[in-house]
Write a protein that binds this ligand. Structure first.
Ligand SMILES: Cc1cc2nc3c(=O)[nH]c(=O)nc-3n(C[C@H](O)[C@H](O)[C@H](O)COP(=O)(O)OP(=O)(O)OC[C@H]3O[C@@H](n4cnc5c(N)ncnc54)[C@H](O)[C@@H]3O)c2cc1C
Length: 504
């Protein structure tokens, strides 16, 4: 069980790791902070020798237990940075693409700034930028934009340390790398195979420790956002008549927030439309910063959030009115800025105080209306029977079909229904449990990184909705990690792996 000095120096014992919202914590046998891939390879070899598991954590912005394991944990923050991919190693026909190699521990925030210096930008991102690029990839982080990729679909190659401490570069069958020009010094094994690639891009860390990713990015771009209020009655009609989903298809990024509680007989909705604009049309001066100023004042004040939680716990029935006020506050606001500033939709304090469950459905008018109306009934029932009120609006976002085998958006354009709550309001987990039951019964697929414990109370759900994709994913997992070194209790409990692997 002895560790070489080189690994002792970069590790700690008795270290309690907590996720950002502090609803998940673990004190692993040891936590390591590798500085390069050779450290990772050495850790994996030692772990395999001793029959232990190894997991990496990003910035802990998953609300679920997806990241944790109590053997060896790897904090990836020292692996940070980005550089353009050398076109000489690419196949002819791929050399003009905008490809960057990003180290696994780079946060999206840092990446956005580094890309800006290169006049480049991510094509899309989630509502916040605190995640690491590898964490966002491994759980399928998405933003809104029905024709825009989520993280797993921005990736063109993934570099990881797999079983035996081996280095792999994994790409689709028609990958970017010229096999005649093997990656770097030739001791990385290049695999170009669709099943291996689309199993690995979203794999909850189960294929190995990712140390670098090749992302396809875009030239830097500017965006404009507008938020408009409308009633559910109007929006419902537009959805059922097809007008709304046509607009979703035609708008670069679009989503909406809705009060699940009716006030004056209707539910208030705030539509967010975002367009890519010409750089010349960007406004100058203070106006350009307006929306972010507002959201950071509201969402960035810890004290304000704490006060809201206290007040809602004293008078939970005030929640519907507060949600209404929050939505009205966004009326007619427009905001223009660099892509990543417009795509960012939250505040820092909210990030530490919130939890959420989120569900993916095929984009269909009947499913969209059905899921929302089921949510309205559910919150009414929870209020009547338990006195529980949710503290936030529901949010609906639209996402491109994915090729990642475990993605909730696999093979179909998807809408996500997000249920964010302030943690520690009365009944918080019971509300999310009730949502999971109702939405999963309607066919909603939970987000891997959000509160999703029903997945491991009923593992048939995973098996049923993944169908034959699960067998393909398992075959890849066994090949890259024959000893089960990268598995976790979460992965086992969610039924992704059929048999707990017997450790040596
Ligand atoms: C405030 C907030 C807002 C959010 N907004 C959105 C949103 O808009 N859209 C959305 O889809 N999700 C959203 N999420 C969820 C979040 O994006 C994901 O859960 C994401 O995985 C978090 O990234 P992370 O770096 O914190 O990863 P972690 O939570 O630390 O880890 C996530 C997974 O990645 C694995 N992992 C991390 N690094 C590596 C590595 N180097 N190699 C192998 N495996 C690795 C971990 O083992 C784990 O399985 C939000 C979460 C919060 C807290």
């Amino acid at each position: 069980m002895s560790l070489p000095d080189s690994l002792l120096e970069i590790s700690k014992e008795d270290f309690t790791w907590r996720n950002a919202t502090r609803n998940v914590e673990v004190t692993p046998r040891r936590i390591f902070f590798p500085r390069h891939r050779e450290h990772i390879s050495a850790i994996v070899q030692v772990a395999e020798r001793d029959g232990l598991r190894v997991r990496a954590v990003g910035s802990g912005h998953s609300y679920s237990e997806v990241a944790v394991e109590d053997d060896y944990l790897l904090g990836m923050e020292h692996l940070e940075g980005v550089e353009r991919v050398d076109p000489d190693r690419l196949k002819a026909g791929h050399r003009d693409r905008l490809l960057v190699a990003v180290q696994a521990g780079t946060t999206i925030r840092r990446l956005n700034r580094l890309l800006k210096r290169m006049d480049l930008a991510l094509p899309n991102m989630g509502a916040v930028d605190y995640q690491t690029v590898s964490g966002a990839l491994m759980t399928g982080t998405h933003g809104s934009g029905i024709n825009k990729p989520a993280f797993p679909d921005m990736i063109r190659a993934i570099r990881l340390v797999g079983g035996g401490g081996m280095y792999y570069q994994i790409e689709p069958t028609d990958g970017i790398t010229d096999p005649e020009q093997p990656p770097e010094d030739g001791y990385i094994r290049l695999i170009q195979d669709d099943d291996t690639f689309y199993s690995t891009v979203l794999s909850l860390g189960a294929m190995g420790i990712v140390y670098e990713l090749v992302l396809e990015v875009e030239e830097t771009f500017w965006m404009k956002e507008r938020r408009d209020l409308m009633s559910w009655t109007e929006l419902r009609r537009a959805i059922l008549e097809g007008r709304f989903l046509t607009e979703v298809e035609q708008t670069d990024f679009m989503g909406f927030r809705i009060n699940p509680y009716p006030i004056d007989g209707d539910h208030l909705c705030a539509l967010t439309r975002q367009w890519i604009i010409d750089k010349a049309d960007r406004p100058k001066g203070l106006n350009a910063h307006f929306r972010n100023l507002l959201s950071s004042i509201g969402g960035g004040l810890e004290k304000l959030i704490e006060w809201t939680i206290r007040t809602l716990n004293r008078r939970p029935e005030k929640a519907p009115g507060r949600i209404q006020t929050a939505l009205k506050f966004t009326k007619d606001l427009t905001f223009t800025g660099r892509s990543y500033r417009v795509l960012f939709q939250s505040g820092s304090a909210v990030a530490g105080r919130g939890i959420s469950s989120e569900f993916a459905f095929e984009v269909r008018a009947d499913l969209l209306v059905g899921a929302l109306e089921a949510a309205f009934q559910l919150v009414d029932q929870l209020a009547q029977t338990q006195g529980y009120y949710q503290s936030s609006f529901l949010s609906v976002r639209f996402v491109q079909a994915s090729r990642a085998l475990l993605s909730p958006t696999y093979g179909r354009k998807t809408f996500f229904l997000d249920v964010p709550l302030l943690r520690n309001i009365r009944g918080d987990r019971a509300i999310l449990a009730a949502y999971q039951e109702r939405m999963m019964d309607l066919g909603g697929i939970p987000h891997w990184g959000k509160i999703n414990e029903r997945l491991y109370e009923d593992t048939t759900f995973t098996q049923d909705h993944l169908g034959d994709r699960l067998a393909r994913w398992r075959a890849v997992q066994k090949e890259l990690d024959p000893k089960g070194t990268f598995l976790s209790d979460f992965i086992l409990r969610a039924g992704l792996v059929d048999q707990p692997v017997a450790f040596v």
